[in-house]
Design a protein around this ligand. Sequence first.
Ligand SMILES: Cc1cc2nc3c(=O)[nH]c(=O)nc-3n(C[C@H](O)[C@H](O)[C@H](O)COP(=O)(O)OP(=O)(O)OC[C@H]3O[C@@H](n4cnc5c(N)ncnc54)[C@H](O)[C@@H]3O)c2cc1C
Length: 720
Amino acid sequence: MMFLTSLITILLFFQLSAAKAPPSKTSLVNTHERRSIYSCYVGLRKENWAFNGSAICRYEPAIQSMLYCLYEDTFEKGHSNKTLEKGFEELREFCYTPKFLNMTIADFYTSLNNGTHYIQEQPKATVNVTFPIVLNSTLRRGYYDAYYGYYYNHDIPYYFGGIICAYFVGVMLIAGLIRFLNYTPIKKVIFKQKLVNYVRGYVTLPTLWKKHAEPFSYLKVFTGYIPTRFETLVILGYLILHTIFMSYKYQYDPYHIIFAGHRAEVAQFVAYRSGILSFAHIPLIILFAGRNNFLQLISGLKHTSFIVFHKWLGRMMFLDAVIHSAAFTNYYLFYKKWDMVKVKTFWKFGIAATCFSGMLIFFSIAAFRRHCYETFMALHIVFAALFLYTCWEHVTMYSGIEWIYAAIAIWGVDRIVRIIRIALLGFPKADLQLVGSDLIRVTINKPKNFWKAKSGQYVFVSFLRPLCFWQSHPFTVMDSCVKDGELVIILKAKKGVTKLVKNYVERNGGRASMRLAIEGPYGSKSAAHRFDNVLLLAGGSGLPGPIAHAIELGKTTAATGKNFVQLIVAVRGFDMLNACKKELMALKDLNVNVHIYNSKQDATPGELISSNVSKNPEIVIEDTPSAVDHSEKALSENESTEQPLSVRDTSSVDFEFATFHAGRPNVEKLLKESLTHSGSLAVVCCGPPVFVDTARDQTAKAVVENPSNVIEYLEEYQAW
Ligand SMILES: Cc1cc2nc3c(=O)[nH]c(=O)nc-3n(C[C@H](O)[C@H](O)[C@H](O)COP(=O)(O)OP(=O)(O)OC[C@H]3O[C@@H](n4cnc5c(N)ncnc54)[C@H](O)[C@@H]3O)c2cc1C
């Protein structure tokens, strides 16, 4: 901490002088003219010119030798007069003396022609050279090739960085195209192909290793989310590209014309390449973390997937930064210039930027993030800002600043759009009602012609109370089905801000009002309505999304007999049903099959209803299938699947339109049943992580087992 504080202090307050100069622009340098000028210059400057000072730009015979060298290089490589003239221009910039600045192209040709009358071979002995000379052609070609390798390595990382960006854009465009196919009959044709379904069932749909929504945990410290197979494939493709780009096409100079040794050359090339590649990651990293990510809009992929890519890009950027630092350290040690470079401003900012990127990664470990999300968030933003600033200062005199411009622009636009989104809803006063021991029903009034929440969309909510107004938490949002112009959120209290809110509502007798800042809506419209059958799987606090789907489908496509819609609700007790009672009641007269699975044994004997016997004869109670997947401990590890159903008398009568079951739903069986209906099937799932992972893997299995059926899995659960 001490180190960090002193580092920031030094950087921010004592090193700002370098920041005053405008940043250097990046330009590609591997042109014939540049290679030619530098190779001729290196070859000719060593001559013993009869001139006191920098002869190449001031002494006519030396100038004529340079022009002749340019001429030879240009025509030997098959270029035209035009290229030669570009070389003259480049030489003018290179020398930048009053004489050169006043020279026209015709003057260059005159000088070249005059020189050719007196030109001689390069003298072997050390004599004072008073005439133009022809640079030894072997040397000239050697220098030229050396500069080719040097400048090539300067330019190529920009292309490689661009390709990495293009790779992700390409993946998102393909995802967007596949998404667009939902609106055409082509998708159904493609999804009926056996090969396509094998690929989907084995490669793109399932979890990588049984877990995705459910975090893995080893010794409680090593924990995190495992990507899906699709996300893994995208990451793998990127890692392969990155490895190739870091190791491919280094053009070394066997004669060590530019560098004093191979070690220095390798160090410089690797350092430069890793540095530029590292910077090329920054815009994508910022874009993928943002809430207003245009690639998310195009692709329809979930924010969770972008956070997975964000993490991997961040890790590789850090690795590149470490390689860059190590290689340049090696380079300066080789030239014994370590003492000189270590006091340079750019060097100090480089060290700081590498440290900040390391700290960004270190303080993002899942164990810390899960337990101290707000601290993680605050540190992440502060470190990211300091990282961008130190990167800026690091390269302000060199090249690569454009990647930082892009990153800052992306970050800025995201923040502006977020502010606009919040301002548009104007900090409404919400009604908060305690509807269970830890559930709060939040209703918010909004202008009637304002945005309507599409099924499964979410908003970020800030509760404008003194202790938590700065926090912004995601919650699924529904348009009220009872009152126009009302948004509904069902909030389950956890340990942070949601607990504070619950305590506040409790203190106010179970009902309170509070100003909120609401940012959204986020998440794209699901394609569920494009399928003939829709199986909606909902559990725990994930009910709102699937219920909203059920209402929408029930009012539209299912109402016209186009869809067969089944809503499976898995709950532990009746609190969640009470919280969503109004929405569930809206399903009463809709063409939606509702099945409610309750896995909680109610302690009140009067409310206990044994399996198959209902207190209310209209409620059908069925035995829960016992063949539940071992991994499916969606609701609680301790619960048995065969438990008596408990129904609160206040709600039991209301849910007569639903079929009740004790225990947990068997996803595999439900899928099989859904597949008995003819036509395509969409499985939409949102619920506890294990439930979601089971649904994903079971759907993937169904895709493989029924290759001629069109089955799509639309997961709405998100965690990052
Ligand atoms: C897309 C989406 C939709 C959601 N919809 C609902 C919903 O409809 N109803 C509901 O009750 N919950 C929902 N959640 C979960 C909800 O966001 C968290 O429960 C809430 O943020 C916890 O706040 P807390 O301070 O009480 O958390 P804590 O008790 O501090 O942490 C609980 C967990 O929530 C995570 N978390 C905390 N803050 C955030 C945050 N700002 N962003 C993301 N994760 C966070 C933590 O990593 C931790 O694992 C949704 C989450 C996502 C990602």
